[in-house]
Design a protein around this ligand. Structure first.
Ligand SMILES: Nc1ccn([C@@H]2O[C@H](COP(=O)(O)OP(=O)(O)OP(=O)(O)O)[C@@H](O)[C@H]2O)c(=O)n1
Ligand SMILES: C[C@](O)(CO)[C@H](O)COP(=O)(O)O
Length: 248
């Protein structure tokens, strides 16, 4: 239940409206089980674990908002945090915009966090929030790459692709979520940045196109995105290890 009169400072928007095509057939990805609990609930708990987050806006699959509301009611979530559910859109970018539209007045800082990154540790969430509070308009958690990266001329699937170049790996980072923003900057990016081709694959990229500064803080190995079936196997293993360490 949401109390609109409360002075929210930091809110988290969780885009959860994707199908999860790369994960294979089944329910929408955010609703699939991880350790017996929907992935989305893990992601919501990860945001609410930060004492700075007073509102979580879940952007549900377009036909699944009622189901998501029921899920949030069923699962034990921190009382100090309020929850809103809005239906999502055709693309991640559209879903995030719909989540931003639902934010009440008084929110100054916004996290955008993929439901598909259920295991991000609270220290990573807090590091992002702290950098936004220190004045950065956009903050991205990211990790150095383990693999060398090639730029290629994409060809038909299965065909060899010509290599165009090898970016200097030391300058590359693999970007995670939650990404943190000054609210006004993120809303402006979503209103004004024209996205073409493959679209914006992350929100910070849209802020970059505004010309506003974006900074990187250390990400975490456990903040990986559940994209393909093997990622779910890894997520189950990480969760089992956490539960064993916590003694339950
Ligand atoms: N129309 C969409 C598409 C994606 N997302 C969300 O954006 C996050 C990151 O997207 P991704 O991992 O690509 O999820 P899917 O789009 O579900 O995956 P796929 O491309 O395999 O279908 C996910 O939490 C997903 O639910 C969303 O809210 N609305
Ligand atoms: C936002 C993101 O998780 C940062 O790595 C990523 O870009 C989402 O990409 P996807 O194409 O929606 O999987």
């Amino acid at each position: 239940m949401s109390d609109q009169s409360r002075p929210y400072r930091t809110a988290a928007v969780i885009p959860a409206a994707g199908r999860g095509v790369r994960l294979g057939p089944g329910a929408p990805k955010a609703l699939r089980a991880l350790g017996g609990t929907p992935m989305l609930i893990h992601a919501v708990r990860a945001m609410a674990a930060s004492r700075s987050v007073s509102l979580v806006v879940v952007v549900a699959p377009p036909d699944g908002a009622a189901e998501v509301k029921n899920l949030l009611d069923e699962h034990a979530l921190p009382e100090r945090t309020d929850y809103l559910v809005v239906p999502g859109g055709e693309t991640r970018q559209e879903s995030v915009r719909l989540g931003l539209d639902a934010l009440p007045e008084g929110v100054c800082a916004v996290l955008v966090h993929d439901a598909a990154r259920p295991l991000v540790p609270v220290d990573t969430v807090d590091a992002v929030i702290e950098a936004v509070r220190d004045g950065a308009p956009a903050v991205v958690p990211a990790l150095p790459l383990a693999d060398t990266v090639k730029e290629v001329e994409p060809g038909p699937p299965g065909e060899p692709e010509p290599v165009l170049g090898t970016p200097v790996r030391a300058r590359l980072r693999a970007v995670q979520t939650p990404q943190g923003f000054d609210r006004e900057t993120l809303v402006r990016a979503h209103k004004t940045v024209a996205v073409s081709g493959e679209g914006a694959t992350d929100d910070a990229g849209m802020v970059e196109q505004l010309g506003a500064p974006v900074v990187v803080v250390p990400g975490h190995e456990e903040a990986f995105k559940v994209t393909r079936p093997l990622d779910l196997v890894l997520a189950e293993a990480v969760l089992a290890r956490r539960r064993a360490n916590d003694g339950f």
